[in-house]
Design a protein around this ligand. Structure first.
Ligand code: CIR
Length: 262
């Protein structure tokens, strides 16, 4: 959880950690999409609209200082896994992203989190960790390895969570492929994950991935690119807000990767 330290001890709840994109955003890593130009001004406006949508949902925003030297730092989700008062600093699979951890760590320390970290030879991106109730699904992906999954499983077991590794293929992270709805059901793109280890998966066949961020018991934030999923979830009775994040999608980013929610 992220927020100002609470009077009762431990960090306060209901906060979103974000990191503004820098001017060199276009130099971010591209693995699964064809590289195309990224408009830094448009990206800045899209990021502001994203942050505004989080505020409108009642979250208080805590910004980690942006960095001009780290093009992928806007994808802050990959730097930490938060579970209650515990923040597990990751060790990103892409070496160029490892310096991003420092600024996240400083803010989390300020906020009073209990800090732990993934150690070598483990590599883990936060985008591979989906917590649903007392289960943490962790993508075994091109960025996250088995060693890190074992380390994370040990850390999360102290908070009563069980860890289920989920092989991921054809997309960057587990949360690109799948996310959870407020009732705990899973939704995503079955071609990109090993569904045999999952209790069930509603199909959301979107070209850019699962693209659903849970903001409350009936409130969801979706990427504007996920049009069919947005229509379906609206008709299922959810309050759906959409945001255009095209400039981040161009760098393999999705709607969850721009924040860490508590
Ligand atoms: C990368 O390749 O690391 C970035 N360009 C995109 C990271 C997206 N992160 C996420 O979906 N959690």
């Amino acid at each position: 959880m992220i927020g100002p330290a609470s009077p009762g001890g431990g960090p306060a709840r209901g906060t979103a950690l974000v990191r503004r994109p820098g001017r060199r955003l276009a130099e971010g890593i591209v693995t699964y999409t064809e590289r195309r130009p990224v408009d830094a001004d448009l990206a800045a406006r899209q990021h502001l609209a994203y942050t505004t949508a989080l505020s409108a949902a009642g979250l208080s925003i805590r910004a980690v200082p942006s960095s001009e030297d780290l093009p992928d730092a806007v994808f802050i989700e990959d730097t930490v896994v938060v579970c209650g008062d515990l923040a597990v600093l990751t060790r990103p699979g892409a070496r160029s992203r490892r310096p991003e951890i420092e600024a996240t760590e400083r803010v989390l320390r300020d906020l009073g989190f209990d800090l732990a970290r993934i150690r070598p030879p483990g590599t883990l991106d936060g985008g591979d960790v989906l917590q649903v109730g007392d289960t943490a699904y962790v993508g075994l992906s091109s960025r996250t390895n088995t060693d890190a999954i074992c380390q994370l499983a040990r850390l999360l077991s102290r908070s009563g969570l069980r860890t289920v590794p989920v092989p991921v293929r054809g997309c960057l992270h587990l949360k690109t492929a799948m996310t959870a709805l407020p009732d705990g059901s899973l939704i995503g793109v079955p071609d990109w994950i090993d569904t045999s280890v999952l209790p069930g998966l509603q199909v959301a066949q979107e070209p850019t991935g699962a693209q659903v961020l849970l903001l409350g018991p009936d409130r969801l934030l979706l990427a504007a690119s996920a049009t069919r999923t947005a229509e379906r979830l609206c008709s299922d009775g959810y309050r759906v807000t959409t945001v255009d994040i095209s400039e981040f999608e161009a760098l393999d980013g999705g709607v969850t990767c721009l924040s860490v929610l508590s």
